[in-house]
Ligand binder design. Structure first.
Ligand code: 2PG
Ligand code: MN
Ligand code: MN
Length: 558
C-alpha cells in the first residue's frame, strides 16, 4: 500500500517535547565506529566535531546497528549499505529487503510462477535470454548464488539460449576477485552447455565505468554498457571472458574495467540483444539499475543515442522505482515500504529540505522515502542536488562537495523556511570505496568540517541536530583475520578493503533546542537505524506511529 486515502496521517503531540524546533538530520555515509588503528581513517583524520559529539556518551551519543537483520538483510554477515540503511532511517521499520525476498522466491520456486517470469519466458522458444548484472557475492546489489539459481531455473523452464553480461565488482568485494567470479560463472555455463543449453558470457565491464551509474550522474557510463550489451560493440574484444578480465586488469581495477565483448572465431559478437529477446537485470538493488531500466524500457528516450531499440521482453529482478513503476515487469515484488517518516512529517506540517551531491542525492530522497521518487507535497518540500564531479575516482577529489552541502544546509537552516533539514555527506563512503587510505583520511576531515557548519547554524537558530551514519566504511580499510589482524596476500601486500563493513554507527543528538532531560534510553541496547525515525519525530514534538521501531530517547524530569 502506498500513500492511500485511508491512512490517518495525524501524529499525536509528544507529551513532553515542544514543536517548532528546526531539526538537522545529518547522515555521514560510510562512517562506522571501530577500534583506533592506522587503518581506521576516521580515527587517523582530524575530526574535532565528531570527536566532541562522542564526549556526550552515553546520554547524547551512542552506537546503533547498521547491518544484517537490523536493516532487513538475510544474515548477520551481511554488511550494511546505503539502500537498506536509508530505507530503515526513513521508514522507521525493518523490511525484508531485496536480497532476502529474492532468496525466498528462488528457494520456494515462486519466482518462476510470477507474472514477470511468465512474461519473459514467452521469448524462450525463439529468442535469447540475456542476464545483465553485478557479478560478485557482495550482497549489496546482487549475489552470485542467486544468478546461479536463476540460470539453472531459467534453463529448467525452457530457456535454450542464454547470454550473461557481467559487471565486475571490486567495490563490495576485494579488488581482483572478479577473475574467480568469472571462472565460477564459466563453469556453470559449461554445465548448462553439456545439458544442451547454448549459454555464454557475452560482454563485460567494471561496474563504475560500465552501466551502474546512478541518479543520472553520467549517462556515458550507461551508454558504454548499452553499446557492449545491446549493440555488441566495445573497444576490447576477446573470445574468453576470463582472459578478458585478466588482460584488462593490467590497466584498471575491477570497478573500472573498460567494456568488452566476447566474439566468436569470425570476430562476431556472441550476444547482442535483438528483437524477440528477453532481458533480465538481475541486481535486486535499485539505484544503479534505474538508468539502464529506463534505456531498456522507455520508447521515448533522449539520454544517449541507442542506435537500435530492440523489441524485447524486459524484467527487473525487482521493480526498482515504485513511483515510476520501473521496470513495469519484474520477477520478485520489492519490499512495500509505505508510510515513511518523510510522508508523515509533511502531513504534520514539517517543512522539509533535503540535500546531497548527485552520487548520494537519491539516498536522502528516493531511498529515504521508501524507493519513491519525487515529492509528497511539493509546497512543503525542497530537495536540492549539488552536481557531483564526473569522470573521476573520488580519491583525486576527496573533499567532494562536502563544503557545498554544508553551505546549502546552513542556508536552509538560517532561512527559517524549514523544520527539517536533512543531508547526506558522502565523503567517507565514496572515497573509502577507492581503497586509498590517505585520500580517505582527507575525506573524513572534510565530512567533519561540513558537520561543523551545520551544527553552527543549528546553534544560531536554537535548533536540534541528529548526526548519524548509514553503515561503516572508512573506519576499516583492511581485510582482517577472525582475530582482527590485517591480512596480506601471497605477495606480502596488505589486502585493502574497499567495501562497507558490519560495524555499528554513531548517533548523536544535541543543540540548544533539545529540551532539558532528553537523553538516550538505556532499554534499547540493540537499537538500529530503524529506531532513528521515531527519535526524529519526537524531536519535532510528535509521537511516532505505533508500528514504528521504538524511539531511542526519553525525557527525564530534572
Ligand atoms: O556504491 C554503491 O553502490 C554501494 C556499494 O556497492 O555503496 P552505497 O551503499 O554506500 O551507496
Ligand atoms: Mn551509504
Ligand atoms: Mn558505499
Amino acid at each position: 500500500m502506498r500513500s492511500s486515502g485511508q491512512v490517518s496521517w495525524r501524529l499525536e503531540d509528544h507529551p513532553k517535547l515542544p514543536k517548532g524546533k528546526t531539526v538537522a538530520v545529518v547522515v555521514l555515509d560510510g562512517w562506522g565506529e571501530n577500534k583506533p588503528d592506522e587503518f581506521n581513517c576516521i580515527h587517523v583524520a582530524q575530526t574535532p566535531t565528531m570527536d566532541s559529539l562522542k564526549q556526550g556518551a552515553p546520554e547524547k551519543w551512542r552506537l546503533i546497528r547498521a547491518h544484517g537483520t537490523a536493516v532487513g538483510l538475510p544474515t548477520e554477515d551481511d554488511m550494511g549499505n546505503s539502500e537498506v540503511g536509508h530505507n530503515a532511517l526513513g521508514a522507521g521499520r525493518i523490511y525484508a529487503q531485496g536480497a532476502k525476498l529474492v532468496d525466498l522466491a528462488l528457494a520456494s520456486g515462486k519466482i518462476y510462477e510470477g507474472e514477470g517470469f511468465k512474461y519473459i519466458s514467452e521469448s524462450f522458444e525463439k529468442g535469447t535470454l540475456h542476464l545483465i548484472g553485478l557479478l560478485s557475492d557482495g550482497g549489496v546489489h546482487s549475489r552470485l548464488d542467486q544468478l546461479q539459481l536463476l540460470l539453472k531455473g531459467a534453463s529448467d523452464h525452457g530457456a535454450k539460449r542464454i547470454r550473461v553480461h557481467v559487471l565486475t565488482d571490486g567495490r563490495d568485494v576485494l579488488d581482483g576477485s572478479s577473475i574467480g567470479f568469472v571462472e565460477t560463472l564459466e563453469n556453470d555455463l559449461a554445465k548448462l552447455r553439456e545439458k544442451g543449453v547454448d549459454a555464454q558470457i557475452a560482454s563485460g565491464g567494471g561496474r563504475m565505468y560500465v552501466t551502474m551509474d546512478r541518479y543520472e550522474n553520467d549517462w556515458n557510463v550507461v551508454k558504454r554498457g548499452w553499446d557492449a550489451q545491446v549493440l555488441g560493440e566495445a573497444p576490447h574484444k576477446f573470445t574468453n571472458a576470463v582472459e578478458a578480465v585478466k588482460k584488462l586488469r593490467e590497466n584498471a581495477n575491477d570497478q573500472y574495467l573498460p567494456p568488452f565483448v566476447i566474439v566468436d572465431e569470425n570476430k562476431k559478437a556472441v550476444g547482442p540483444i535483438v528483437d524477440g529477446d528477453a532481458v533480465v537485470t538481475f541486481n535486486f538493488r535499485a539505484d544503479r539499475m534505474v538508468m539502464l531500466a529506463k534505456a531498456l524500457e522507455y520508447e521515448d528516450f533522449d539520454k544517449f543515442d541507442r542506435v537500435r531499440f530492440p523489441k524485447i521482453r524486459y524484467a527487473g529482478m525487482l521493480q526498482y522505482d515504485g513511483e515510476l513503476k520501473l521496470p513495469s515487469c519484474y520477477l520478485v515484488s520489492p519490499p512495500e515500504i509505505e508510510r515513511t517518516s518523510g510522508e508523515y512529517l509533511v502531513h504534520n506540517g514539517i517543512r522539509t529540505f533535503a540535500c546531497s551531491e548527485t552520487v548520494k542525492f537519491g539516498h536522502v530522497t528516493f531511498f529515504w522515502n521508501g524507493n519513491r521518487s519525487g515529492y509528497f507535497k511539493p509546497e512543503m518540500e525542497e530537495y536540492v542536488e549539488i552536481p557531483s564531479d564526473i569522470g573521476i575516482t573520488f580519491n583525486v577529489q576527496p573533499k567532494m562537495k562536502a563544503l557545498e552541502i554544508g553551505e546549502k544546509a546552513r542556508d536552509a537552516i538560517l532561512s527559517g523556511k524549514f523544520d527539517q533539514v536533512r543531508v547526506n555527506i558522502p565523503n567517507s563512503d565514496m572515497v573509502g570505496h577507492t581503497g586509498d587510505i590517505q585520500a580517505t583520511v582527507v575525506a573524513c576531515k572534510a565530512a567533519d568540517e561540513a558537520v561543523k557548519m551545520i551544527l553552527d547554524a543549528i546553534e544560531q537558530v536554537g535548533g536540534i541536530y541528529v548526526v548519524t551514519a548509514d553503515h561503516g566504511n572508512a573506519e576499516d580499510m583492511v581485510k582482517r583475520s577472525k582475530s582482527g589482524q590485517p591480512l596480506y596476500d601471497k605477495n606480502g601486500n596488505l589486502q585493502i578493503l574497499t567495501s562497507h563493513t558490519c560495524q555499528p554507527v554513531p548517533i548523536a543528538i544535541g543543540g540548544p533546542g533539545v529540551a532539558p532531560g532528553v537523553r538516550f534510553r538505556k532499554d534499547v541496547p540493540d537499537g538500529g537505524l530503524a529506531n532513528v525515525a521515531a527519535t526524529v519525530m519526537n524531536l519535532h514534538g510528535l509521537v511516532a506511529p505505533n508500528d514504528y521501531e521504538p524511539t531511542l530517547i526519553e525525557v527525564v524530569d530534572n
